[in-house]
Design a protein around this ligand. Structure first.
Ligand code: CTP
Length: 406
């Protein structure tokens, strides 16, 4: 569970998005966090403390005059225990209050009283689009960031008021991902990571083609882990139906040639390239522009193939990679003799790090086991979920990056 051991104070302020806070609370608890709910009086107009107590499994605090704590200082006790305070939903009014350091209710009092260096304040704004776009709100937003708050952004689309635009609260699962990401070490801050993922599709005619069983899950997990680690991430994906990890720029491609062109272009601004895609080795020499029909003779079509360019090797041989500005990582999907094949492949592809896995044991699955091979030797990453392995791999890559010259 991604939030085991974390204690989150979940603050609710007045807004219709309070209905989403119930689901958010549940999602945080399911990921292993303990959650202490603190509500403003206005939040109580939208959702009851009974609901939030049942979901968080703790009595809710909603008054600065609450005498439950022995020293009668709930604002001090609650803020000292927290690993983070998350205000979701955060109304325009509450943002203005935070900005001015006002402290006339328990939640704002607690935010002001929190040890600013130890207890981060995460804000999920929720309001009508005009309120969001208002210069006063935008000014407050900018200043809150200067003051050290983390703004988790807003969603776009239909609003409860019937209008459409920016300002609604992010969905509970989006906020959950943002909170999980917040706690990951920022080992790739400032890096630009390019990932290729999934299979490619090599067309035979407009309705048929050749592809493979890669699900793209490992590559998508790596893209997510790199984003969580603070990198700017571009994900070049073959045909897969996976959701795009939050904050990642995704470019969908089909064939190996599309993927090569896109990857080469994107690699020009990347500092790390991780090639997880299961690129088709061959494509039909000719793509028929019409569907190939049976002619009744029982004759099968004669297909001939040409080899696709090696995307990883091409990028690894680029001037940018050779100068040390681009760190390249390859994958090897093998069926047997993993160590020998991965060791040989690393040298053949000309990359500093190659990650081996057994294809049939990983394709389509949610877990995997990896073998890392570099110039110094090999080390194993035992079977785990692809996301956990992706985070470990990101840490291994970060540790191998050349130290910048000062
Ligand atoms: N790769 C690539 N472009 C290709 C083929 C492979 O970028 N045309 C990359 C893969 O993304 C992976 C690595 O090269 O990072 C190894 O891929 P793999 O399919 O295991 O190896 P191949 O190069 O195809 O070698 P072989 O078929 O001999 O195992």
């Amino acid at each position: 569970m991604d939030l085991s051991g974390k204690h989150i104070v979940l603050g609710l302020t007045g807004g219709i998005a309070c209905y989403k806070a119930a689901e958010l609370c549940r999602a945080l608890v399911k990921e292993g966090a303990t959650v202490q709910v603190v509500m403003t009086e206005a939040a109580g107009q939208f959702i009851t403390p009974v609901t939030m107590q049942a979901l968080s499994n703790r009595p809710v605090y909603d008054s600065q005059w609450d005498a439950r704590e022995d020293n009668n200082m709930a604002h001090i006790i609650l803020s000292r225990e927290a690993d983070a305070i998350l205000i979701a939903p955060c109304s325009a009014d509450f943002m203005a209050k935070l900005l001015h350091g006002r402290a006339d209710d328990l939640l704002s009092l607690m935010c002001l009283a929190r040890p600013i260096d130890k207890v981060p304040l995460l804000i999920a704004p929720a309001m009508n689009r005009e309120m969001w776009a208002h210069p006063a709100t935008q000014r407050n937003l900018a200043q809150l960031q200067v003051d050290g708050s983390v703004i988790l952004g807003v969603g776009v689309g239909d609003q409860a008021c019937g209008e459409t635009g920016d300002g609604r609260m992010l969905e509970p699962l989006e906020l959950l991902q943002d909170v999980i990401a917040f706690f990951q070490p920022k080992v790739l801050a400032g890096q630009h990571v390019l990932v290729t993922a999934g299979p490619t599709f090599e067309a035979i005619d407009p309705v048929r083609g050749i592809t493979n069983l890669s699900s793209g899950k490992m590559g998508f997990a790596i893209a997510r882990a790199a984003q969580e680690a603070g990198a700017t991430v571009t994900l070049v994906a073959g045909p897969v139906s996976l959701p795009t990890p939050r904050g990642v720029t995704r470019i969908d491609v089909k064939s190996a040639s599309n993927m090569l062109q896109t990857a080469v272009e994107c690699a020009q601004k990347a500092s790390i390239f991780i090639a997880t895609a299961a690129v088709a080795d061959w494509r039909p020499a000719q793509e028929s522009d019409q569907k190939i029909k049976k002619d009744g003779s029982g004759q099968t079509p004669q297909l001939s193939f040409v080899e696709n360019a090696d995307i990883l090797a091409t990028v690894a041989q680029s001037a940018r990679a050779r100068s040390g500005a681009l760190f390249c990582v390859g994958f090897a999907a093998e069926s047997h003799d993993l160590l020998a094949h991965a060791t040989a492949k690393r040298i053949r592809k000309g990359v500093p790090l190659l990650v081996g896995n057994i294809g049939p044991a990983t394709f389509g699955k949610d877990d995997n086991a990896l073998l890392l091979v570099d110039a110094a030797g090999a080390s194993e990453m035992p079977r785990n979920s692809k996301l956990v392995l992706a985070r470990q791999l990101v840490a291994e890559i970060a540790a191998r990056l050349p130290t910048p010259l000062h």
